[in-house]
Design a protein. Structure first.
Length: 312
């Protein structure tokens, strides 16, 4: 610090950070922060431009522990990421010729969720299948290996977006590579044809508000129960100009909810009634929802909205 100072040290040890590489903040999980420090100072990955790191190769394969869809048990599965095919695949057997799932890079997101998955290196991968959200929960015992997978996914997304948006700058593309969820937690919900409220785990992923029913907990249950592989339902949250509003409270005639702090989401088709256990949770959800509603919709989001309108 005395001989270099922050500016000179940063110019040396961060001189060649790839634009897609995730730079963690103080709020990120310990794994991301630790591996960023080790990559900079211990391995000096960003000080040697002539050396290609494994997350930059455009192809990656290896074994990750993947949570089973129904029983919550983690099993070793082979994963293959290929930029040429624009996909992440996994195979139930190492010698299998056909993948169990193909996750298109175009719609893929990845975020570290150690508390939810019950492992400090736990990664949640989200993708779209038939325009519905699917989850894959994985981890690797080696922290560097898991962060390399995460940055390899971001690299594949980055190169896909460079082709899809040839005039966009790196600064425009980097925020689209992967994203943390805007808000997560329990709320009560009721369906359109029943007054009964049921407790569900909700996840706000950009304009998709998804809810899940808790599965049976695994043998070593993490602090937050791991959610289903498939979302039980999704609500598209559009903009105020398109007729979407978030209201504080529930209609006076509402019955059947156990939690007192209500939220009403108004869409052009119907109203969604939700309830939070505490006022603090309600305020956090209201803030997250209103930020999305106050943001104008992008042209491509209108196509997603149209799909939700035509869902049975």
């Amino acid at each position: 610090m005395a001989s270099r100072g922050n500016a000179i040290a940063r110019a040396t040890f961060e001189s060649k950070v790839p634009p897609f590489y995730y730079r963690p903040s103080a709020s990120d999980c310990q794994l991301l922060r630790e591996q960023w420090i080790r990559a900079k100072y211990e391995r000096q990955e960003f000080a040697h431009p002539e050396r290609q790191e494994p997350y930059s190769a455009g192809y990656r394969e290896g074994f990750l522990w993947k949570r089973g869809r129904d029983n919550g048990q983690f099993l070793s599965r082979k994963f293959v990421l290929t930029e040429r095919e624009g996909a992440l695949k996994y195979f139930n057997r190492s010698d299998a010729k056909e993948p169990k799932a193909v996750m298109k890079i175009e719609h893929l997101n990845a975020t570290f969720q150690p508390a939810k998955i019950g492992h400090p290196h736990g990664l949640q991968v989200t993708y779209l299948k038939d325009n519905s959200t699917r989850n894959v929960f994985v981890y690797h015992e080696d922290g560097k290996e898991m962060v390399d997978w995460f940055n390899a996914l971001r690299a594949a997304r980055f190169h896909y977006l460079q082709v899809a948006f040839p005039g966009a700058s790196d600064a425009d593309l980097v925020p689209k590579l992967s994203r943390n969820y805007l808000q997560e937690g329990y709320m009560e919900k009721t369906g359109p044809k029943t007054e009964g409220f049921r407790k569900r785990w909700f996840t706000m992923d950009d304009r998709r508000l998804m809810y899940f029913k808790d599965p049976l907990p695994p043998c070593a249950a993490p602090p937050v129960p791991p959610q289903d592989a498939f979302a039980r339902g999704e609500v598209f949250i559009g903009s105020r100009e398109s007729g979407y509003t978030v209201l504080d409270g529930l209609p006076p005639s509402t019955q059947g909810h156990h939690w007192p702090h209500g939220i009403t989401i108004v869409t052009p088709e119907r109203r969604f009634l939700l309830a939070c256990e505490t006022e603090l949770e309600q305020r956090a959800w209201m803030e997250a929802l209103r930020k999305v509603v106050d943001r104008p919709m992008l042209p491509q989001e209108y196509a997603v909205e149209a799909h939700f309108k035509h869902k049975p």
